[in-house]
Design a protein around this ligand. Sequence first.
Ligand SMILES: C[S@@+](CC[C@H](N)C(=O)[O-])C[C@H]1O[C@@H](n2cnc3c(N)ncnc32)[C@H](O)[C@@H]1O
Length: 186
Amino acid sequence: MIDWEGTWAAYDEDTYAAALALVPPGAVVLDIGAGDLRFARRLAARARLVYAVERRPELLVGGAPGNVRLVCADARDWPFPPGLDAAVLLMRHCAHFALYRRKLVAAGCRWLITNARWGMGVEGIDLARPVRAYDDLALGWYACRCGATGFRAGPPAALTAAVLDTVHEVDRCPGCNDGRSGIRFA
Ligand SMILES: C[S@@+](CC[C@H](N)C(=O)[O-])C[C@H]1O[C@@H](n2cnc3c(N)ncnc32)[C@H](O)[C@@H]1O
């Protein structure tokens, strides 16, 4: 079986530009799965400090600016440092979104910038924003803290353009207990 999550591949410039635009200038940023550091180098010009964590040592060559701390480690086990403002997770095949989200919240990090939930495009998640229970959502798009995304069907008459344009942050979605998220609800 192919380990897609452990596979290194670069993203296109539009993806990097979209992610970079969501990083608060002057932030302390964690780049999770930094690959060959091409995005971490872009981050370094905007951020105050970048922690670039990558588990494949052969990718961490070629140097980086002085405000980039290279960490060769497994991001699942490596303790996230205090003082993070934002994290970037450019990893479309990430199977540990819920774990990273949990670790970032515990570290006091405010923003998670990622393509891991939707697979396409980049979103900026405000980790301090309260989420609603999936069951309270009558209709519409949702993105769950477990990493699952989807559309909750409802009465066709209630389907408006505004509904289609809105994504709700939820927890306790049907995907939460599928065994991959690490989240368990009774
Ligand atoms: C698709 S690549 C993207 C690299 C980089 N984020 C970019 O956008 O250029 C994903 C990277 O995440 C790394 N990775 C996956 N799981 C990891 C983990 N648990 N700890 C550290 N690195 C990991 C892989 O080795 C790979 O280099």
